[in-house]
Design a protein. Structure first.
Length: 220
């Protein structure tokens, strides 16, 4: 087994163990391989090993490297996990199959226009600033109900909620809060958990985990 294939198998085994602890079906957890900053030669071995869902931070970077890869592997699903500028909404809707960073009314409007223009519905996670950190994107917990109402009124397909907990402290309480918020608002999807804490996220209900360095190593 190649090293990328072995790393991928290890991540899936860890997801399965965490799901078993929570009496969940591991098939209910989607592994999003975060390929931001990694070039096509680093991505191809994971594609060859069977990984089909990848996450990128920037529209421009994804547009530069993924058309060639998708020509070889047309069944790839591409997720945008980084912040999205409203003026990039049209390109994002054309390129991505899921958006994890809906966080403000202006972006709701821009995405609704872009999806209408493209005739394409792209599921969106609403990013919640779960730790109330000024330097991070995401809607505040208090503002979440209003943003969800705007997104629903605009006809956006809502996949669930997404968060990035504060670094350096236990993530579990933040994941539990996100799960409660999602349940309160009738949302099934939870995009939470990264390389250092995805197992905790799975035990607390994550539907999507975003794993980069544990699959790719340090960023290029």
């Amino acid at each position: 087994m190649s090293e990328p294939a072995a790393l991928l198998a290890d991540i899936h085994a860890r997801i399965a163990r965490a799901a078993a602890l929570a009496r969940r079906d591991p098939a209910g957890v989607t592994l999003v391989a975060i390929s931001k900053t990694h070039a096509a030669p680093a991505i191809r071995p994971l594609l060859a090993a069977g990984q089909r869902v990848f996450g990128e931070n920037r529209v421009q970077e994804a547009a530069a490297k993924w058309p060639e890869l998708r020509a070889e592997w047309p069944d790839v699903a591409l997720h945008l996990v980084g912040q999205l500028q409203s003026n990039k909404a049209d390109e994002a809707v054309r390129l991505f199959d899921c958006i994890h960073s809906l966080d403000r009314p202006g972006l709701v409007a821009a995405l609704a226009r872009a999806m209408d223009k493209a005739g394409r519905q792209v599921p969106c996670f609403v990013q919640v600033n779960i730790g109330a950190e000024a330097q991070k994107g995401g809607v505040g917990v208090a503002e979440l109900p209003a943003l969800l109402a705007e997104a629903r009124a605009a006809g956006l397909p809502l996949a669930g909620l997404m968060c990035v907990p504060p670094a350096g402290i236990e993530a579990a309480p933040f994941f539990a809060l996100l799960a409660r918020l999602a349940a309160d608002h009738g949302l099934a999807g939870l995009s939470m958990g990264m390389s250092e804490d995805f197992e905790t996220a799975v035990t607390l209900g994550a539907s999507h985990v975003r794993v980069g360095s544990a699959l790719f190593g340090a960023r290029e």
